[in-house]
Structures are given as structure tokens and as C-alpha cells.
Design a binder for this molecule. Structure first.
Ligand SMILES: Cc1cc2nc3c(=O)[nH]c(=O)nc-3n(C[C@H](O)[C@H](O)[C@H](O)COP(=O)(O)O)c2cc1C
Length: 289
């Protein structure tokens, strides 16, 4: 979720220590600032000090495509360095084109994105992730063809970067972008729908985007996801203290156990087979068209 500014070191330290203790995975935020500008590398590398069982490095798809003739792109070697900085197992490449469209200074070129992700995926273990707008099956299929090995859906229902950037655009007096942010506030595929879109591809799927409780984790697993993740749901605790972070993670795990108990699921594999009912708008999304 984060890194690249002075306060991020303590956030990532809290997250890494608590994740190591609980035996869960963690991913840092975009490492662009550290790789291209050498800014605040310690805010990321602090994660390597802890025995987090699965670590995700992070770069943005817009950073591997040339945005302007004089602008540098992140090379394969720099992406490898981003992984080494935190001793990562996987490189997460985030797709955030909605966010870029609402940012007054956004990177708006996407041409060549699939080919460049393919280039990275030939050299490194790459997971593709969204940042709040979800991934469709057709996009995932094209990424899989190019060697992407896993997905983090990050659909709608949680943090909206159109909303975050709308407020920034208002503060900067960027009227056009502020309105784009309002118009596209809820743009995207709901997280449960994106999970269902991607599970048939047979690659690991992480559910994220609005996961706020252990019951949400259980729902994601029952829909076929292999794991679930939260960013907005842990930010406050991680910004506060290690103790608050431990407490939030313990609550999520406890609630997941409650859901497993109540559905008679002894293992995560059994929970994946638990019967469930889809209601409301999600049901409409999932109905055959
Ligand atoms: C403060 C904050 C910073 C984030 N920074 C990044 C980032 O640098 N790279 C990335 O891939 N996703 C980033 N995200 C997106 C999250 O990884 C996640 O996809 C999204 O917030 C949806 O999950 P949520 O509803 O649990 O927040 C960030 C999210 C938050 C809240």
C-alpha cells in the first residue's frame, strides 16, 4: 500500500512486524520514487527486516511505458532492484489508469502496456493488480497470455482513487480533472464480480477492494479467491501503532474463523466449497448476459 515519504517507514514497519507475527503476506506501495529518484528507500526496505512469509514489490504500469520523450521508464533491472529492496517474492504491477486520468499531472499513455508487462513477466514473477476498478476476464486473459502469474482484483466497493484524486484536483484548482473524478467516482467492476471473472483462468486470485472484515475474507474465499487483501481497512491502524495493527489483523483472523465455524469449514479449501447466496446488484452483475 505505501512507501516513499517520511511517515511511511513506521507504517510499513508496523505492517511488516504484524504480518510476520500473524504469518500473512504484505505488499508495499509503488516503489517508483525509490527506484527512479532514490527517495526514502528505507520506507520500503524496512519490510525486509521482518520474516513476512510472502512479500510483494510494487511498480505502476504507467511507469514501464514512455509517457514523454524525455521521461525515463522503469527497466527490467530496476524492477528487479525494487524486488531486492524488500526481498520480495513477487512483483506486483499495478494498473491505475482511472487514477491517472483524474490526476492533473497523471500519466495518460497506455499504448504498449501489455507488451511491456509481458517483457517484465518473462524475467520476473509478476502479479497484475488493479487499484480499485477491478480486472475483467478479457484483460486477465491477455495478461495471462503474456506470462502474468497471478492477479489481485482490487475492484470497486472500497477505496476509490477517482474520489481521492477528485479532492486533490479540487485543491489544485484543476476543474476538468475534479469533474472527471466525480463522474467516474464508482467506475469499475465490483470486487466479488472480478473474483468470479478471474477464477476460471486457473491462476491464483487475491480478492481486494472493500475487504473490511474477516467475513469479507470468507466471502472472497467462498467465491473462489485464494486469498484476500486490504489496504484502506488497515491504513488507520498501521498509521497509529504496532499494537493497533496487531489488533486489527487479529480481529480479521478471528472473524474469518467465526465464518469458517458457522459454515462447518475446517480448512480454507473447504471454505472454498461452502455454498453461498448472491444477492442484490452483485447477482445482476453475475447473471448471464
Ligand atoms: C493509502 C493508499 C495507498 C495506496 N498505494 C498504492 C500503491 O502505491 N500501489 C498499488 O498497487 N496500490 C496502492 N493502493 C491501492 C490498494 O492496494 C488497493 O488496491 C485499493 O486501495 C483497494 O483496496 P481497499 O478498498 O482495501 O483500500 C493504495 C491504497 C491506499 C489506501
Amino acid at each position: 500500500m505505501t512507501g516513499g515519504f517520511p511517515g511511511a517507514e513506521s507504517i510499513n514497519s508496523n505492517l511488516a512486524q504484524a504480518a510476520a507475527e500473524a504469518g500473512i503476506a504484505m505488499g508495499v506501495g509503488s516503489e517508483r520514487a525509490a527506484i527512479l529518484k532514490g527517495q526514502f528507500p528505507r520506507s520500503y526496505s524496512v519490510v525486509a527486516d521482518h520474516a513476512v512469509p510472502l512479500k510483494f514489490a510494487n511498480i505502476g504500469a504507467p511507469q514501464i511505458i514512455r509517457q514523454a520523450p524525455d521521461e525515463r521508464v522503469v527497466t527490467i533491472e530496476e524492477a528487479r532492484a525494487a524486488m531486492e529492496l524488500i526481498h520480495a517474492d513477487v512483483l506486483a504491477v499495478h494498473l491505475n489508469f482511472l487514477q491517472e486520468m483524474v490526476q492533473p499531472e497523471g500519466d495518460r499513455h497506455a499504448r504498449g502496456c501489455l507488451a511491456e508487462i509481458g517483457g517484465l513477466a518473462r524475467a520476473l514473477p509478476v502479479l497484475a493488480k488493479e487499484t480499485g476498478a477491478g480486472i475483467s476476464r478479457s484483460v486477465a486473459e491477455r495478461l495471462k497470455e503474456r506470462g502474468v502469474r497471478a492477479f489481485d482484483v482490487s475492484g470497486t466497493g472500497g477505496t476509490s482513487f477517482a474520489a481521492v484524486e477528485h479532492h486533490r484536483a479540487v485543491a489544485q484548482g484543476a476543474e476538468r480533472e475534479a469533474r472527471v473524478g466525480k463522474t467516474f467516482w464508482d467506475w469499475g467492476i465490483p470486487s466479488p464480480v472480478s473474483v468470479r471473472e478471474l477464477v476460471p483462468l486457473g491462476l491464483p486470485v487475491i480478492a481486494s477492494g472493500g475487504v473490511r472484515s474477516g467475513l469479507d475474507v470468507a466471502r472472497a474465499i467462498a467465491l473462489g479467491a485464494n486469498a484476500a487483501g486490504t489496504a484502506g481497512g488497515i491504513l488507520k491502524a498501521a498509521s497509529e501503532s504496532l499494537e493497533a495493527t496487531r489488533k486489527e489483523i487479529a480481529q480479521l483472523i478471528h472473524e474469518l474463523r467465526v465464518a469458517m465455524f458457522l459454515t462447518g469449514s475446517r480448512t480454507v479449501a473447504e471454505l472454498q466449497k461452502a455454498p453461498y447466496v448472491v444477492t442484490g446488484e452483485t447477482r445482476w452483475w453475475l447473471s448471464p448476459r
